[in-house]
Design a protein around this ligand. Structure first.
Ligand code: FES
Length: 281
C-alpha cells in the first residue's frame, strides 16, 4: 500500500491495519526468496515451462499449468451481496439500537467490512447527541444522501482514504462539539474545513477531509475523489443491511468487487480509537 511512511497506522503497527490490504488487485508485493531445498520441485517445473515456451515445442498445456501456478486466480465477487450488519455485542444491528447507542458525538470509530474482507467501512449516525433535530446550535444532520433510519442519518463510507490509501483509524470521524451559545458550530477537535463543514472525516496522513453529511464528498486535498458510500437498507424489523456501494472504487482496488474474498452473509462492527491530528490541507 502506498501509505506515507509517516502514516501513524503503519508506523504503529495497529492491528486493524496489519495484513488488511494483502494482494490488492494490480499491486505487486516483494516476498522472501524461496528456500532452494524446500522448493526445488517447483523451481524445476518453472525452468521446464520456460524452456518449453522458448523452444515453442508442443507442451502448451504444461506452460499454461505453470503460469496458472505462478499467478493465483483473481478472487472477488460478481455482484454486490446483501450482508446483514451485526452490532458490537453480536446481535443484529437495528435502527433502534443505532439511534440509542450511537450519534453524531460518538468518538469511537465503528468499522465493518463490506463487500470484501479487506474493505473496511465506517458506520455513522449523524443525528444530534440530544436526540433533537439538528439546527445552528445543535450539531448534527438528518435526511442526508443515502441515509437510513428514522431521521435518514445512518450512513456508511469506505474507511480507506482516496489519496494514498491510509485506512482507519488514521482516516477518522471528527465529531462536532456542542456550540458555544451565540457562536458558529465547531468541531470537537479541529477547526472547520475551508468548506465550512464542522463534522467530517479527516485523514491524518496528509490532511484530506470528506463531508460525512454529503456522500463523503472530498472537502480538502490532496485527495480529489469522494469516499465510496455503502448502500444501506433496512427490513420491516429495522435490521440494517449493506447491499451495494456508490462512488469510485475502494482505494487499492481497480474494482470494489475484486481483490479479496467476500465477507459472507453478515459483517460485525468492531470499535477503533481514532488517530486525531489537525493537519487539514
Ligand atoms: S492517504 Fe494522504 S491524505 Fe489520506
Amino acid at each position: 500500500m502506498n501509505c506515507d511512511p509517516a502514516c501513524p497506522v503503519l508506523s504503529a503497527g495497529a492491528s486493524l491495519a496489519e495484513n488488511r490490504f494483502d494482494l490488492p488487485l494490480g499491486y505487486l508485493r516483494r516476498v522472501a526468496a524461496v528456500d532452494p531445498e524446500v522448493d526445488e520441485t517447483k523451481r524445476n517445473l518453472l525452468k521446464l515451462a520456460a524452456v518449453a515456451g522458448v523452444l515453442g515445442v508442443g507442451v502448451g498445456g504444461a506452460v499454461g499449468g505453470a503460469i496458472q501456478y505462478v499467478q493465483p486466480g483473481m478472487v472477488g465477487l460478481s455482484s454486490y451481496p446483501r450482508v446483514q450488519l451485526i452490532d458490537l455485542d453480536g446481535k443484529p444491528l437495528t435502527v433502534t439500537n443505532v439511534e440509542a447507542e450511537y450519534n453524531v458525538g460518538t468518538t469511537d470509530l465503528l468499522i465493518f467490512y463490506y463487500p470484501l474482507r479487506n474493505e473496511p467501512n465506517f458506520l455513522l449516525n449523524l443525528y444530534p447527541v440530544n436526540g433533537s433535530p439538528p439546527s445552528s446550535t445543535n450539531p448534527g444532520a438528518a435526511n442526508v444522501p443515502g441515509g437510513v433510519g428514522t431521521y435518514g442519518s445512518i450512513v456508511a463510507y469506505s474507511a480507506i482514504c482516496q489519496h494514498l490509501g491510509c485506512p482507519a483509524p488514521a482516516l477518522a470521524w471528527y465529531p462536532p462539539a456542542a456550540p458555544v451559545v451565540g457562536q458558529p458550530l465547531a468541531n470537537l477537535y479541529c477547526p472547520q474545513t475551508p468548506g465550512g463543514r464542522v463534522f467530517y472525516l479527516h485523514c491524518s496522513c496528509h490532511g484530506s477531509t470528506y463531508d460525512a453529511a454529503n456522500s463523503a464528498a472530498n472537502l480538502t486535498g490532496p485527495a480529489v475523489l469522494p469516499l465510496p458510500q455503502v448502500v444501506l437498507e433496512t427490513d420491516p424489523s429495522g435490521n440494517i443491511f449493506a447491499v451495494g456501494e456508490n462512488g469510485p472504487p475502494v482505494n487499492g482496488h481497480l474494482n470494489t468487487l475484486q481483490g479479496d474474498y467476500g465477507i459472507g452473509t453478515s459483517s460485525q462492527l468492531t470499535k477503533e480509537t481514532p488517530v486525531i491530528l489537525c493537519n487539514i490541507a
